[in-house]
Design a protein around this ligand. Structure first.
Ligand code: 2YJ
Length: 268
């Protein structure tokens, strides 16, 4: 799983309005609207929900990422939620959050990033939420994923979250992963649910055949520029992309915004 770096997120908060405007121009929908749809929630319900949210910095593993908690809190504030970052870390932070009246907690270590609603017990996982949020946006960028051939690169948690929703929206899913077994497991799971799905074993061949791509792999720059044409639409959660400026309008790529927003609406 990719660990975010301070430089990946340092400008996120100050540029949220600009980010949202770009998202609207790409998809026709705002961050709030995409995240509410991805979380299968009613927009009006999310407009009146006012839970107090706490973000807890976590020191385990590789420790605190400079600006991480601030960025998560900034995105939640932008969406209209009253949010505070605990001064204490880890368990002391959880204690402080609960004593401070938080109803929803956000916290991440190196392997897992979750939102937990203390009242309802609802839990959102960042990888799954990110997969769903990106697919919801991708669906709008393609004028509907129905009958579209979609290549998912990476059969990890984000790829899994993405594949289920693409299939549900009528997209025809192909999976490429460096582990053919991982691709096969996911394809079998989709087929068991009655969806058509297939394994791709040659990434170059798969890229040459697909115009709609979800890059859910932890490796950067996996899609070589020669495969990006004026017809290609790419959703690339959190992955560094060396994509020429002229193609950016059809590429969706952010380090945290869609995932955090979707997690929030999943638990409220
Ligand atoms: O609290 C902190 O500052 C750190 N413990 C944050 C760690 C953030 N975690 C990651 O970047 C992991 N790769 C997990 C992210 C899940 C992405 N789906």
């Amino acid at each position: 799983m990719t660990r975010l770096k301070e430089k990946d997120i340092q400008k996120v908060v100050t540029r949220l309005a600009q980010y949202d405007a770009e998202l609207i121009s790409k998809t026709g929908y705002s961050l709030r609207s995409i995240a509410t749809r991805a979380a299968d929630r009613d927009l009006n319900t999310t407009l009146v929900a006012q839970p107090k949210i706490a973000v807890i910095p976590i020191t385990s593993g590789q420790g605190i990422i400079g600006g991480f908690s601030e960025t998560v809190a900034g995105i939640l504030e932008y969406l209209g939620f009253s949010t505070f970052i605990t001064k204490n870390y880890d368990i002391a932070g959880i204690t402080e959050a609960v004593q401070g009246g938080a109803e929803v907690l956000f916290a991440a270590d190196d392997n897992k990033f979750v939102a937990i609603n203390l009242k309802t017990g609802a839990i959102a996982d960042n990888s799954k939420a990110t997969g769903k949020g990106y697919v919801t946006a991708l669906d709008r960028m393609c004028n509907g994923l129905g009958e579209k051939h979609v290549l998912i690169i990476g059969a990890g948690a984000v790829g899994r979250g993405a594949s289920g929703l693409i299939a549900k929206l009528g997209g025809l899913v192909s999976i490429y992963d460096i582990s053919i077994t991982a691709s096969q497991v996911l394809v079998d799971e989709l087929r068991r649910q009655g969806y058509p799905a297939k394994v791709e074993t040659d990434l170059d061949y798969a890229l040459s055949k697909h115009r709609v791509i979800v890059d859910a792999s932890p490796a950067g720059n996996i899609i070589r520029p020669e495969y990006i044409t004026e017809h290609t639409i790419i959703a690339a959660p959190g992955i560094p992309l060396g994509v020429p400026e002229e193609h950016r309008g059809r590429i969706l790529h952010d380090p945290l915004q869609i995932g955090v927003a979707t997690m929030c609406f999943e638990v409220i």
